[in-house]
Ligand binder design. Structure first.
Ligand SMILES: Nc1ncnc2c1ncn2[C@@H]1O[C@H](COP(=O)(O)OP(=O)(O)OP(=O)(O)O)[C@@H](O)[C@H]1O
Length: 246
C-alpha cells in the first residue's frame, strides 16, 4: 500500500535579501528605476518519490541540499510551490524537536497542545500525559513553564509526545542525537521497536553507518534535486564517491 507520494514537488524559499525588502525600499528603488525582484531560491526541484507501507528510506546529502526541507514538505509544515504531496496514515514528525512549544505555557499544557497539533483529541492527550512525562523524565516539571527547561529537556519532551503511540509514518531528522547518552539509548530503543513493527520511516542523517544499518533504500539530494536513488548501499557509495571526487 502506497503511503507517501511526491509528484514533481518543488519549493522556492525567500532569501535574506527578500526578507529585508520592505515597502519603503521597494518604492524608492522603483522610483529610481532600479527595482529588481528580490532573489528566491529553488530549494527543492522536481522531486518524485513514492513510499509503500513499511519502507525505510534514508536521505543523504551535503549541508543545505534540502533534506530537512523535504521532510517539512512531507509533514505539511511547508507547502510546496509546485507539485503534489499525498500522505496517508498518522504521521509523527521528529523535526526540530520542541520548536513548536509555547515558552510561557506549562509543560503539561504544551504536551496537550502539541498532541492536538499532531491530530489527537484533547481528552486522549490528557489520558496520555502521565506516560509522556514519564518517558521524558519530566514529571517534576509538569506545571513549570517550558521556558524553565533546558534545550535538551525540551527535545526530550518533543520526542516523548511524538512517539507516545505507534505512528504509521515516522520522520526522523537527526533526532537520535537529542538529550544525554542515557536518553539517547532510550530513544534508540523506542525507534528500534517501531522499526520492528513495520512503521514507514524516513531518516535524514549524516551518520551514513546508521542509514546503512537501518534503511533499505536511500535518496541522495544535491542542490534540492535527487542526484540518485536506489538501494541504500549503492546510493551511499555513489554519494561518498562524489564527496571523494570534489
Ligand atoms: N527558514 C528558511 N528560510 C529560507 N531558506 C531556508 C530556510 N531554511 C533553510 N533554507 C534554505 O533551504 C536550503 C535547504 O536547507 P535544508 O535545511 O533543507 O538543508 P539540509 O540538507 O537539511 O542541510 P543540513 O545537512 O545542513 O541540515 C538551503 O539553501 C537553506 O539555505
Amino acid at each position: 500500500m502506497e503511503v507517501i507520494r511526491l509528484d514533481r514537488v518543488s519549493l522556492y524559499r525567500r532569501t535574506q535579501e527578500e526578507f529585508s525588502y520592505d515597502f519603503k525600499t521597494s518604492l524608492i528603488s522603483l522610483l529610481e528605476g532600479k527595482y529588481r525582484h528580490p532573489n528566491r531560491k529553488l530549494v527543492l526541484s522536481d522531486i518524485n518519490l513514492t513510499l509503500r507501507a513499511g519502507d525505510r528510506v534514508g536521505i543523504v546529502g551535503a549541508n543545505g541540499s534540502g533534506k530537512s526541507t523535504l521532510l517539512k514538505v512531507i509533514c505539511g509544515i511547508l507547502k510546496p510551490t509546485g507539485g503534489k504531496v499525498s500522505v496517508s496514515g498518522n504521521l509523527a514528525p521528529l523535526i526540530e524537536l520542541g520548536a513548536g512549544f509555547d515558552a510561557s505555557m506549562s509543560v503539561s499544557d504544551n504536551v496537550i497542545m502539541y498532541g492536538v497539533m499532531l491530530g489527537f483529541a484533547r481528552r486522549e492527550m490528557r489520558r496520555r500525559l502521565p506516560s509522556i512525562l514519564d518517558f521524558a523524565e519530566l514529571e517534576d516539571y509538569a506545571f513549570a513553564p517550558v521556558k524553565s527547561l533546558s534545550s535538551g529537556m525540551k527535545a526530550r519532551l518533543g520526542f516523548a509526545v511524538a512517539t507516545d503511540v505507534r505512528p504509521d509514518i515516522l520522520l526522523l531528522d537527526e533526532v537520535l542525537s537529542v538529550g544525554d547518552a542515557q536518553f539517547r539509548k532510550k530513544c534508540r530503543r523506542r525507534i528500534e521497536k517501531f522499526w520492528a513493527e513495520n512503521v514507514t520511516i524516513i531518516v535524514v542523517s549524516h551518520d551514513l553507518k546508521f542509514i546503512r544499518q537501518w534503511c533499505q533504500r536511500a535518496v541522495w539530494l544535491e542542490h534540492g534535486k535527487i542526484a540518485f536513488t536506489g538501494s541504500v548501499d549503492e546510493t551511499v557509495e555513489r554519494y561518498l564517491a562524489e564527496v571523494e571526487r570534489v
